[in-house]
Ligand binder design. Structure first.
Ligand code: AMP
Ligand code: ZN
Length: 480
């Protein structure tokens, strides 16, 4: 029986505010679009948390036997400092401050994006399109919306008339009466309704990133790029569309109006949103300038601990960032790694023994069920923790075959969550064991200083040495 027959995947759909059975349109290929980074600042912990969630989603789908085509964009034009179509392009503003060409800044930030996300083991999407590469398609979509009477021009800018789209605001359960009264946003004289949003914005003379269009020189509104790039690469109806919860009220609401207004088809079957990471209770954000970069965190704790830390809570649970918490994640990560590595050392020591490696089907089954249940990571972790305890228990009892099975199970589960396991080579085990034994010998002869020197040397190589008794010492490796 394949996993597909076995595990019914349920995902929480923001559209219905409930968990729904996940049924891809084409059972052989799930189409997934994730809103990506606006590339003008370093990646912060909040951004990274969201990308880790989608990485875990893709890994889970693949683990449960689905193929996935995954597109995640880079926003490199049109994201203004203000959601109400006022303000400046975020990239242009930052580039001006740094006295750089906007595209120079974009290239730098994309490079850094991959440095950070590769480091924390986030797989790259199949396609990572950039908005500036899709201006022509954006203009086509806007033309279609004008043709379908959803959009209108005022002096070189094009706006979406939200009153023409019957289900506008359904995703966010927006109160349209409030929108009409202009409660949400400042009133722009050009707009027919205060909630209308820009598809194309006329560029002032000094604006750098501007393009030729049928309506004169301008640049696209932010939301239009995601409609265009998702449909171009994945088709008019997506199986899953994801983003941070900050996108529900404006960005995703507008994407639906654009895509469905152009095609007349349902845009995305399932909308998944990840909850915020906050800092002192406030959303961690580039605009509020209250963020901790991923690079900073990696520098402090190492990339594995950062990945472990970001793979903890349920994706729909908001979490407040604290160093104290990362520190406790660090301890938990190394407790797991220690169990695994102590098991691995035994396998290296008894390498002549033949093991029939299997997995613990029961643990894996419970793990799979937890992940298939809207990525219930906290529940899935119970199985990871349990596997580590079993590794310890079977190791202590000398039941290495059973131990090996749980190690294999542990590896599979950690990989679904994208958490790296620090491995050891047989040679490492042999070398460190030799030094550890020498140290025990020296101590038994009263040569404590020599023993300490050996311990310090082993530790300087990145291993942790722990004495359980006078004659028993264990060791494991930490990330350098
Ligand atoms: P941005 O470049 O600001 O549009 O953000 C890129 C991605 O990170 C989007 O999916 C956002 O929803 C997400 N994001 C931004 N800030 C946070 C946060 N504090 N917590 C979780 N996700 C966030
Ligand atoms: Zn988007």
């Amino acid at each position: 029986m394949s996993s597909l027959d076995k595990y019914k995947i349920q995902l929480y759909n923001t559209l219905s505010r409930s968990k729904e059975d996940f049924i891809p349109q084409n059972p052989d290929m799930v189409t997934l679009y994730s809103c990506g980074q606006t590339v003008y600042e370093d990646i912060h912990v909040g951004n990274a948390k969201t990308y880790v969630v989608w990485d875990i989603l893709v890994r889970t789908l693949k683990h449960l036997d689905y193929n996935v085509k995954w597109v995640q964009n880079f926003t490199d034009v049109g994201h203004l400092t203000d959601d109400a179509d006022e303000g400046e392009d975020k990239i242009e503003k930052k580039a001006r401050l740094l006295k750089k060409d906007p595209m120079e800044l974009v290239d730098e930030k994309i490079y850094e994006y991959y440095l950070s996300l590769d480091a924390i083991n986030v797989k790259r999407p199949d396609i990572a399109p950039r908005a500036t590469g899709h201006i022509v398609e954006m203009i086509d979509l806007i033309k279609k919306l004008i043709e379908n009477k959803h959009a209108y021009e005022v002096d070189g800018s094009i706006y979406y008339d939200i009153s023409t789209f019957e289900t506008y605001g359904d995703l966010a359960k927006l109160d349209l009466e409030n929108l009409k009264a202009g409660a949400r946003i400042g009133v722009n004289e050009d707009k027919r309704n205060p909630g209308d949003f820009a598809l194309w914005i006329k560029a002032p003379q000094e604006h750098i990133m501007k393009y030729t269009s049928p309506w004169g020189k301008g640049y696209p509104g932010w939301h239009v790029e995601c409609s265009v790039m998702s449909m171009k690469y994945l088709g008019e109806t997506l199986d899953i569309h994801t983003g941070g919860e900050d996108h529900i009220a404006v960005h995703h609401t507008n994407e639906i109006a654009q895509s469905e207004g152009a095609t007349g088809k349902k845009f995305a079957n399932i909308w998944m949103h990840s909850a915020f990471i906050t800092l002192n209770g406030e959303k961690m954000s580039k605009s509020l300038n209250n963020f901790i970069t991923i690079a900073e965190l990696i520098e402090k704790y190492g990339k594995n601990v950062v990945r472990f830390s970001l793979s903890q809570n349920h994706y729909r649970t908001q979490a407040d960032f604290s160093y104290k918490q990362v520190e406790s994640h660090r301890k938990r990560y190394y407790r797991l790694i220690k169990s695994y590595q102590l098991g691995l050392q035994e396998i290296h020591r008894y390498k002549d023994q033949e093991f029939d490696v299997d997995v613990s089907l029961k643990s894996l089954d419970l793990f799979n069920k937890a992940m298939a249940d809207d990525l219930n990571i906290p529940k899935a972790f119970l199985q990871i923790n349990n596997a580590a305890s079993k590794i310890d228990q079977f190791r202590k009892n000398g039941e290495f075959e059973q131990m090996h099975n749980f190690m294999r199970t542990f590896e599979i589960m950690m990989d679904v969550l994208g958490i790296p396991i620090i491995q050891l080579t047989p040679r490492e085990t042999k070398n460190i064991d030799m030094m550890i034994n020498l140290r025990i010998q020296l101590k038994s002869e009263g040569k404590y200083e020599d023993g300490d020197n050996i311990r310090d040397y082993i530790q300087s190589l990145g291993y942790v040495v722990q004495d359980l008794s006078k004659t028993e010492t264990i060791w494991y490796k930490e990330e350098k």
